[in-house]
Write a protein that binds this ligand. Structure first.
Ligand code: FAD
Length: 158
């Protein structure tokens, strides 16, 4: 099977969009990720998957913690920024909860300690033990067939 077929099939699975944040020596790093899922209720665990080429891998290995910021439909520019899709660098203002940076106005900030890791092919799976959660009301940013979407754009389609 060619890579395009695999990618296209995976793109049929509609997801939300997150930015993973962590800080090392007070310097914040962020990375856009939609490979995110809930894993366990007791203990409370989630999973993210990070490609071997992403710099975020090395950083999470060092910090041992990260925050999953679930983006709202108003935060597409942040998704693009932290996916390296914008030509110009931008200054982002983060909120801090203890030593953890979070993206303000996200639908949820899920604080995690690394619980387990598993290398799977060209990605590493990080299981995070959830230590705290903040939430806000709002509509989600969505990703489907390689494009950003929102709930309203499909609400009247069917
Ligand atoms: P970099 O390439 O170094 O950083 C990414 C970008 O964020 C750079 O432009 C950088 O300037 C900017 N940035 C970082 N920190 C800051 C800061 N503090 N202030 C301002 N800008 C900053 N990849 C995966 O491995 N797993 C996934 O689940 C995944 N899902 C994705 C979902 C979507 C919708 C998209 C668009 C991309 C996804 N990617 C995923 C790809 C991933 O986001 C990119 O490959 C990313 O660029 C890799 O990041 P990096 O750690 O190498 O960091």
């Amino acid at each position: 099977m060619d890579d395009r077929t695999f990618r296209n099939a995976m793109g049929k699975f509609a997801t939300g969009v997150t930015v993973i944040t962590t800080a090392i020596n007070g310097e914040v790093r962020g990375m856009t990720a939609n490979a995110f899922m809930s894993v366990s209720l007791d203990p409370k665990l989630i999973l993210i998957s990070i490609g071997e080429k992403a710099k975020m891998n090395e950083i999470i290995k060092q910090t041992g913690k990260f925050t999953v910021n679930i983006l709202s439909e108003e935060q597409q520019d942040l998704s693009m920024l932290f996916a390296g899709q914008l030509k110009e660098k931008q200054n982002v203002t983060f909120d801090w909860v203890g030593d953890q940076p979070v993206l303000p106005n996200s639908l949820a900030n899920i604080f995690c300690d690394v619980y387990n890791t598993h290398v799977a092919g060209d990605h590493t799976l990080y299981i995070g033990k959830v230590t705290d959660i903040y939430m806000k009301e709002g509509a989600p940013l969505l990703f489907f067939e390689g494009k950003y979407r929102n709930l309203a754009s499909h609400a009247n389609a069917g």
